[in-house]
Design a protein around this ligand. Structure first.
Ligand code: C5P
Length: 216
């Protein structure tokens, strides 16, 4: 069984500030992108890891990771994933991960791959702890809601079909949405507090503080 991981790192990363896009910024001793790359390449069930970077980011990629297989991303995350899927080629299982979520544990990957035994897709989620209201102030029940993270894991044929079928003029918030649009069920497994996305400058300090805490 061939399992390929795609790391999407083609965003401009401008909301994080700094002189380099956030995915190449130093974090806990190495470029942010290298954390997820190392976690995925060292997992015993992952056969290959491909990276998607933006045009002009090739030099930064090679400085961070050396000579690795890469594709050039698109204007949106969805297009970047699509280009990564082409590079990944035929795979039985595909993991799609945001470089902006650097602290990825093998335990999360294990839970996702185990769930693919029974489902075409699996995503990590965490329960919502805060009270939710709509913008107009109406209460929203948080029961049954989870905050969704990456990596997202899919059987190769199903994620390829989902990307091929998705309308080019429509955006998607994640890959699981595209698979569900085909009427297929995506399982939710336990995510990790370590996997929070780094978006703003202050997130770097919080991530440095999180680093070193036990990963699960
Ligand atoms: O911008 P945001 O943090 O939501 O992006 C999530 C992930 O998708 C990041 O790792 C980013 O580099 C990637 N991305 C991409 N191509 C884009 C936009 C975002 O690979 N066009």
């Amino acid at each position: 069984m061939r399992t390929v991981a795609i790391i999407v790192a083609a965003g401009s990363g401008t909301r994080a500030g700094g002189s380099v896009p956030k995915q190449f910024a130093p974090l806990a001793g190495k470029p942010m992108l290298q954390h997820s790359f190392d976690a995925l390449t060292s997992h015993p069930e992952v056969d290959a890891v491909v990276v998607v970077v933006g045009e002009g980011q090739e030099t930064a990629l090679h400085a961070a990771l050396g000579d690795v297989p890469f594709a050039i991303g698109g204007a949106t995350r969805r297009e970047s994933v699509k280009n990564g899927l082409v590079l990944a080629g035929d795979a039985d299982r595909v993991l799609i991960h945001d470089a902006a979520r650097p602290f990825l544990s093998h335990a999360v990957i294990d839970r996702l791959l185990a769930a693919l035994g029974d489902h075409v897709g699996a995503i990590p989620g965490l329960p919502v702890a805060d009270t939710l209201v709509s913008a107009s102030g109406a209460s929203v029940s948080r029961e049954g809601l989870v905050r969704v993270q990456t990596p997202q894991a899919f059987r190769g044929a199903d994620i390829a079909e989902a990307h091929a079928a998705w309308p080019a003029d429509q955006e998607a918030t994640d890959d699981a949405q595209m698979v569900r649009a085909l009427g297929k069920t995506v399982a939710v497994v336990e995510g990790s507090a370590m996997l929070e996305k780094i978006t703003h400058p202050s997130d770097f300090a919080a991530a440095e503080a999180r680093f070193g805490a036990s990963m699960r």
